[in-house]
Design a protein around this ligand. Sequence first.
Ligand code: AHM
Ligand code: MG
Length: 349
Amino acid sequence: ESKKSTRFELITLTSWLLKQEQAGVIDAELTIVLSSISMACKQIASLVQRASISNLTGVQGAVNIQGEDQKKLDVVSNEVFSNCLRSSGRTGIIASEEEDVPVAVEESYSGNYIVVFDPLDGSSNIDAAVSTGSIFGIYSPNDECLPDIDGDATLDSAEQKCVVSVCQPGSNLLAAGYCMYSSSVIFVLSIGNGVFSFSLDPMYGEFVLTQENIQIPKSGKIYSFNEGNYQMWDDKLKKYIDDLKDPGPSGKPYSARYIGSLVGDFHRTLLYGGIYGYPRDSKSKNGKLRLLYECAPMSYLVEQAGGKGSDGHQRVLDIVPVEIHQRVPLYIGSVEEVEKLENKPSISG
Ligand code: AHM
Ligand code: MG
């Protein structure tokens, strides 16, 4: 009997957030920002699911600031995310991977929080209906001027002010999370007291709490790197990867898993353990992933789960961005696996 009744005790994301607010973990404003993000994610989930039906596959025709082709869904998802945040009335500045510069929300609607996001990450997977995700991080306003940024003559003063506010190290994050659009839609969130996971219940259209206080395994024999880039890596990194494939006395080499969607690859790493890496290589000296929208939020989450996020030398959360679309190498996952990589002498990241 008692078992049966607990099956119907659903904790939705909304009620969970209200509980956190009552307990004083977050304030009412942040609760509203987080609910508006979850609303954006529900909309994007439905767009992703119906992409091939509603003719939303393929490229838009534009190229973003980073020289990448924008997919139709990249553009639509960016609008959905921005609009949800604007209408929350609690966001002051929004910075998106898909926009050239961060923008201040019109004053009559604005609040204080700064939200950085990648509205649809891993979008090369969309047309094949493979996992994608949205990633976000939330900061408080910050007026300390960074000299390097202050000197950017191409920006007007309002834009400069936004860039300065946004360029904060991940250690300042108040909250971060992602939503994965996969065989189910999973919303993973930390507000600084552990990592919680919610699944979108298609019956109710609500995110429902499914995992509390997720802890990443201390080690794990899965590696997740785009090994197609192997020839462009430095020798130390090649050696590290070669060693993972060497079965040794245990007789079992590491397994390779790579989706090419950070959210999906990270989510698996969080649950099963192991290491995800996007190294620098001879063509991309800082790797591919963006510090603000990808590396910092994921590093915040992994640390909240007892894992580690590193650029090969230092903690990702300690890196102070000097530009908005800055890239950094990323090694993230189980503590023991990331440390093993860091301890390889003179791996250059
Ligand atoms: P995107 O923001 O253009 O979608 O690129 C980010 C994605 C990550 O999700 C993923 O980890 C990485 O790019 C994969 O890159 P690659 O195709 O070089 O392996
Ligand atoms: Mg992206």
